[in-house]
Design a protein around this ligand. Structure first.
Ligand code: F6R
Length: 243
């Protein structure tokens, strides 16, 4: 696991955007795993600009998102589908056939999750899996205690995560308490993993992860320690507790 402090939020976002852009431009059939969250907003802005500015052909790009809230209307502004359309898909003209998010209605949810996982196994591994990180070390919505061999499934969000995500909703009671998430094993089915961590709230978990030499089920991000190609990109605030 390689840690890089790139100083500003802008530069850290730029580095990640350029790495994704290069993959989209130069891999024949680029396959990306994508993340949402506040951390990714500037990165998607920069990636969309790069694609549009260079008139990049994205007709062979296919993407799978890490997670989606359970039982939230697809058109709800807080759904991750809405987020992705607004931040990236609609900006670059990615079509519905090219992007996938976990199905999140309650009809046949188990079959839908198995299908999502099977599609990833068939098309994968991802060229790049993009990740943010929760203050408790979650990746996707794999909360502390998640087995490392987990696959796409329904998960219960922790109080900490509900609290952290409440900023996007009018009322805390509106934050969904369940989500559908790729598992840790699904995430690791990637040739390369890039994690982006910005802001001082992420500093304690960054320092903890940096000093870990063995994975611990209570720190889901530490499951990546044995993956051969993981980069953790930080701004100075996220990195400031690393000595
Ligand atoms: C989102 C996701 C989550 C977020 C994490 C950080 O798709 O998988 O793991 O990356 O909760 O969220 P922000 O960026 O809002 O701090």
């Amino acid at each position: 696991m390689k840690f890089m402090n790139l100083g500003s939020r802008e530069l850290a976002s730029h580095y990640v955007a350029v790495e994704l852009f290069k993959t989209i431009q130069f891999n024949g059939d680029p396959l990306l795993g994508l993340a949402t969250g506040g951390t990714m907003e500037e990165m998607y802005e920069q990636l969309s600009s790069l694609i549009n500015h260079h008139h990049t052909d994205i007709s062979r790009l296919e993407t799978f998102n890490l997670d989606e809230y359970f039982n939230i209307d697809a058109n709800d502004p807080n759904s991750y589908r809405s987020y992705m359309k607004q931040q990236f898909f609609d900006k670059v003209g990615l079509t519905e056939a090219q992007y996938h998010l976990p199905d999140n209605d309650s009809v046949d949810v188990e079959a839908d999750n198995m299908h999502y996982e099977a599609m990833i196994r068939q098309k994968g591994p991802f060229d790049i899996q993009l990740l943010g990180i929760g203050i408790n070390g979650h990746i996707g919505f794999n909360e502390p205690g998640t087995p490392f061999d987990s696959q796409t499934r329904i998960v219960e969000l922790t109080e900490e995560t509900i609290e952290a995500n409440a900023r996007f909703f009018e009322r805390k009671e509106d934050v969904p308490v369940q989500a559908v998430s790729m598992g840790i094993e699904t995430i690791k089915y990637s040739n390369r993993i890039i994690m982006l961590a910005l802001g001082k709230k992420k500093a304690p978990i960054m320092a903890k992860l940096y000093h870990m030499t063995e994975s611990d089920i209570q720190v889901p991000a530490s499951s990546l320690l044995d993956h051969p190609h993981v980069e953790v990109i930080m701004d100075a605030e996220a990195a400031h507790l690393i000595d």
